[in-house]
Design a protein around this ligand. Structure first.
Ligand code: CMP
Length: 137
């Protein structure tokens, strides 16, 4: 199977916890390769544009505020089945439901400040990689 790309974000709460290295090591241990990365404090426009599909959700405003509250690490991971592998490693969106040993079980503070993001499927991955790494690929 051809290598797949996924867009991962280490969110402001996890950056503040100083666990970027630990999270990347977990990804490397399951065979994902980092092929692009950039540290950035998102603007409101970027956060709202990235999460546009959630615009009608009650948590949209709060989510955008949280995502702009400090630097994030934007990452492109590549590998066989990268989208599903990274999502499994992150665990459930709600940390209360995340399996032991997953990134969100270890480092999330709440369903909003849930430490990491990962593309949901191939179409989302293409859009999200393009959103932040248009020049690189
Ligand atoms: P993420 O995987 O980045 O995709 C959408 C984000 O919205 C999600 O992680 C959480 O950060 C946030 N989110 C999802 N559901 C809720 C909720 N019920 N309340 C607050 N934030 C949420």
């Amino acid at each position: 199977m051809a290598a797949e790309q996924t867009l991962a974000i280490i969110k402001p709460n996890a950056v503040k916890k100083n666990v970027i290295g630990k999270i990347i090591a977990m990804a490397e241990d399951i065979g994902l390769h980092m092929t692009a990365a950039r540290m950035k404090t998102l603007s409101s426009d970027e956060a709202e544009g990235f999460y546009a599909e959630h615009r009608e959700r009650p948590f949209f405003g709060s989510l955008s505020k949280f995502m702009t509250s400090g630097p994030v690490l934007l990452i492109v991971f590549e590998g066989d089945n990268a989208i599903e592998k990274w999502r499994k490693l992150m665990g459930a969106t709600d940390p209360a439901k995340a399996a032991p040993g997953t990134i969100r079980k270890l480092y999330a503070d709440s369903i909003e400040a849930n430490s990491t993001h990962g593309s949901e499927n191939k179409e989302a991955a293409r859009r999200e990689v393009g959103f932040f790494f248009l020049e690189e690929f």
